[in-house]
Design a binder for this molecule. Structure first.
Ligand SMILES: Cc1cc2nc3c(=O)[nH]c(=O)nc-3n(C[C@H](O)[C@H](O)[C@H](O)COP(=O)(O)OP(=O)(O)OC[C@H]3O[C@@H](n4cnc5c(N)ncnc54)[C@H](O)[C@@H]3O)c2cc1C
Length: 584
């Protein structure tokens, strides 16, 4: 068996994207006789077939035409047209809620972060774990950017969101408007020209603009690329004059073939984008790559079974037996490069990097891994404080200048601001990520922040929880009896804080997918009046806005309102009750 490290890049990506093992000797056979071709075709068919079963069971019906819904249950504003925004909007429209999707960027920004990534960037997790909407059908186990963008666009078109999307419309303000016929306040977006909305879903993600760090010796024009750059100093005239790029630019025009081929590349940063940058630099023929790592991150394999088991840890924090996972990874992943095993952070304390190739590159010597802090840039490269493994950030170490022809800043992205939301929605102690069910403002459940509030997790951003959170919101809009009051929502956060006291990064600073699933079930179990919505919320079954259903919902609401001694909707009497819900 040929070692993975000597498989040419083109073959490697074939293996990587089919999700199967690949033996290069099989390439010699004509395709028709090649057993590998047959195995791959069968595997791909099964992979796609399973997804069609999911589609048949869970895909909510898209609207038949693009016209406004004749009798919507309400109007929802969705902010951000990344995959979370497109999925949330598609769920709303499928369940008879009218939507407007606001996107700061132009049409080419549809797909959010993926629209600005390298074409070689792809999913870290198996795509079965990244079914961001039930209508999605992946052709590859590890799709690349273009396949991901085309699936996002397909869902967007199928659910007739084109006419409902406002591109180049950055949301700068969300304000309360007058109460509606049910006595609930409404929301106005920006100047209110789109009319009032019953609820707001904020889907602005966690990756905003590329984050640039400032080091002495960095040319001024690089320093000026950042918003918060003061005036980067130039290190007494010793300035690094060769290219400096952000990791997201590595395959763009910013880095020509001659700027990278055979050249020494220094990657600053050891997170997911650093690891991907090393891979990309090696694939593009860099002469040598050095990674400068201030902290060590756990690197887990791209293995659907392992990753799923890991995400099934229900406690969302380090537990006494977590060392078993870590010991297993040390043997399986880190053989020959044990120096890279994180010493001061557990596996369940931060988002691990999912990658199969990186450690192999370190093992083979294609990438040198340095524990240390970049101190400044010089004409030759990067001056580094090289530390021993296990030392703390900025502890004294040995000084070394790493020569470079190209510096890649794998320093991540700035967190997008939610300044456009009223401050009162996030009182002290209940700010991101410490929200109700980790996604709702504790002061008002009609503001949902799917995938925009988390910090670290073991799970996946694009999965069934987008639909579940959206349907919880729709249920709360439809049925007043299911609504939580601010006191209860804060109590939920307090309870989790108590249960996870002592967890590194705070109680909700890290969670696992199993933990999230438990929260979602608890949402029903602690409130029996929500149980009747269980199948709708968890699986998306029901609520499509047909006449019979509309009558039934109206009747239910009328009966419920009068049971509480209140007039039915449409009269202004509902206000008393709603005032209590809003807590003001
Ligand atoms: C290379 C790479 C690999 C990844 N691999 C995985 C993986 O394997 N698994 C995984 O779960 N995740 C992965 N991710 C994380 C990825 O960010 C998420 O999976 C997902 O794409 C986030 O989508 P989103 O819609 O929540 O946010 P985004 O894609 O960031 O979209 C947010 C949108 O909101 C818009 N916006 C922001 N502010 C405003 C405003 N004020 N008004 C209007 N619009 C606004 C932005 O313009 C943007 O279009 C990966 C990311 C990268 C870059």
């Amino acid at each position: 068996m040929i070692s993975r490290d000597v498989i040419p890049a083109s073959h490697y990506s074939l293996e990587k994207h089919s999700g199967l093992l690949f033996h290069p000797t099989m390439m010699a056979l004509p395709p028709i006789l090649n057993p590998w071709t047959t195995i791959k075709a069968i595997w791909r068919l099964c992979y796609i077939f399973v997804q069609y079963i999911v589609v048949a069971i869970f895909k909510p019906p898209p609207p038949k035409h693009a016209d406004p819904l004749p009798n919507p249950y309400g109007r929802v504003a969705v902010i951000g047209a990344g995959l979370t925004g497109v999925s949330s909007a598609a769920h709303c429209i499928a369940h008879n809620f009218e939507v407007v999707l606001f996107e700061a960027g132009s049409r080419s920004s549809l797909g959010g972060i993926w629209a600005h990534e390298n074409s070689t960037s792809g999913l870290q997790l198996n795509s079965h774990l990244y079914r961001f909407h039930p209508a999605v059908v992946w052709r590859n186990a590890f799709p690349l950017r273009d396949e991901i963008l085309s699936e996002i666009a397909r869902v967007w078109e199928e659910y007739k969101l084109e006419s409902r999307t406002r591109f180049e419309t950055r949301v700068t303000s969300v304000k309360r408007a007058d109460d509606d016929q049910f006595g609930r306040h409404q929301w106005l977006i920006n100047n209110g020209e789109e009319g009032p909305f019953s609820a707001v879903i904020v889907n602005i993600g966690t990756c905003g603009k590329p984050k640039w760090i400032h080091l002495d010796g960095m040319p001024k024009d690089k320093g000026e690329q950042t918003e918060d750059s003061d005036n980067p100093t130039e290190n007494n005239g010793s300035v690094f004059k060769k290219p400096i790029v952000h990791s997201s630019e590595l395959d763009s025009d910013a880095v020509s073939e001659e700027a990278i081929k055979g050249k020494r590349v220094v990657v600053i940063g050891s997170g997911a984008s650093g690891v991907e940058a090393v891979e990309a630099a090696i694939q593009r023929g860099a002469g040598g790559v050095v990674m400068i790592a201030r902290t060590d991150k756990w690197i887990i394999p791209r293995n659907i079974f392992f990753d799923t088991f890991l995400a099934c840890q229900p406690f969302g924090r380090e537990m006494p037996l977590s060392f078993l996972w870590e010991a297993f990874l040390k043997q399986w992943q880190y053989y020959g490069v044990k120096d890279l095993v994180p010493m001061d952070s557990g596996l369940f304390e931060g988002t691990p990097v999912v990658n199969d190739a990186f450690l192999g590159h370190v093992r083979s010597g294609a990438c040198r891994y340095i524990h240390g802090d970049p101190v400044r840039l010089t004409e030759q490269g990067v001056h580094v404080n090289v530390r021993e493994r296990g030392t703390k950030l900025d502890d004294k170490g040995r000084k070394e200048t790493i020569s470079a022809d190209l510096i890649v800043l794998a320093t991540g992205y700035e967190k997008p601001s939610i300044d456009f939301l009223p401050d009162e929605l996030f009182p002290e102690g209940y700010q991101r990520p410490d929200l109700y069910l980790q996604n709702f403002s504790t002061e008002d459940w009609s503001v949902l922040l799917t995938n925009s509030a988390y910090m670290s997790a073991i799970g996946t951003v694009g999965h069934f929880h987008i639909g579940i959170y959206t349907r919880i919101l729709l249920t709360l809009l439809l049925d007043p009896n299911t609504r939580p009051i601010p006191k209860d929502m804060k109590l939920w956060v307090d309870l989790i804080s108590f249960l996870k006291r002592g967890a590194k990064g705070g109680p909700l600073g890290f969670f696992t997918y199993a933990e999230l699933t438990i929260w979602l079930f608890m949402f029903h179990l602690f409130r029996p009046d929500r149980l009747r919505w269980l199948f709708f919320i968890m699986f998306g079954w029901g609520i499509h806005g047909d006449l019979k259903e509309r009558k039934r919902i109206k009747k239910t609401l009328t009966v419920k309102a009068s049971k509480h001694g209140e007039p039915a909707p449409k009269s202004d009497g509902g206000k008393r009750k709603i005032r209590r819900e809003k807590g003001h």
